[in-house]
Design a binder for this molecule. Structure first.
Ligand code: PEP
Length: 253
């Protein structure tokens, strides 16, 4: 399985800034090991510009694009939404579903996240399904039940026969996102093992081939240690992905 190091640019960068960042990133990723992939989850408005740069530099087998969200329909009267086909048309291979900011700021349920996940997979996008507990849930001893609910709902309509490489999970404890408070080694090991067991319930032996990324205050100085832990198959990086240099250090860590 190839490890996946992914940037989540959230609601940052205009087209010029995004294109420049990709231009800077491409040479820095030249020596990315063959067993690693890099993805950029960029705002919808800059996907076209990023795709143009990637194609013009011939980096399309090294650097992949993804949308940060998707709607579970191909087209229709869904003002403000975007379909998997539209993302693919902008050069996306991937999409994120269930990011904690969508669950907690925009109120998305696991059921809705599940519909997005299944539809995006059906339409050919590879999905990174985000899961993770709040601090209150962790302190109330609810880690396992929260992950079980998010994975259960998030994969409810995904066919058990899905190609394992097309569905990844990103464990992102909400209390570690954008806080500078990275989860400890034992917390990451415990949660990732739990995720592996929970996805085994649905996907059986195939679960061992599905990537589980860690996200939450990953920086160049902690990335190498985290990506080397058992059951950590990649990283999802927010703040530290906005500069090409720091993100490339994480991708190569
Ligand atoms: C994220 O947005 O998914 C994330 C992990 O952010 P940060 O790296 O800034 O904590």
């Amino acid at each position: 399985m190839k490890k996946l190091v992914a940037a989540n640019w959230k609601m940052y960068k205009n087209r010029t800034e995004a294109a420049q960042c990709v231009l800077d990133l491409i040479p820095l990723l030249k020596h990315i090991p063959a067993d690693r992939e890099v993805a950029l989850f960029a705002p919808f408005t800059v996907l076209g510009s990023c795709s143009d740069v990637i194609n013009s530099k011939g980096a399309d087998n090294r650097l992949f694009l993804g949308g940060q969200d998707v709607y579970p329909a191909s087209e229709g009267a869904f003002t403000g939404e975007i379909s998997p086909e539209m993302l693919a048309d902008c050069g996306c291979r991937f999409v994120l579903t269930g990011h904690s900011e969508r669950r907690h700021v925009l109120g998305e349920s696991s059921e809705f996240v599940g519909r997005k996940t299944a539809f995006a997979l059906e339409k050919g996008l590879d999905v990174v399904l985000c899961i993770g507990e709040t601090l209150e849930q962790r302190e109330a001893g609810q880690l396992e039940s929260v992950l079980a609910e998010q994975i259960g709902g998030g994969t409810a309509d995904v066919p058990a026969g899905i190609e394992a490489a097309r569905l990844s999970f990103a464990y992102e404890p909400v209390w570690a996102i954008g806080t500078g408070k990275v989860a400890g080694e034992s917390e990451i090991l415990e949660a990732h093992l739990l995720v592996r067991r929970l996805i085994e319930k649905k996907f059986g032996a195939k679960a061992s081939e599905m990537r589980i990324l860690y996200g939450g205050s990953v920086k160049p100085d902690n990335a190498g240690k985290i990506i080397g832990l058992d059951n950590v198959d990649g990283l999802l990086v927010g703040g530290a992905s906005l500069q090409a240099e720091s993100f490339s250090k994480i991708a190569l860590a």
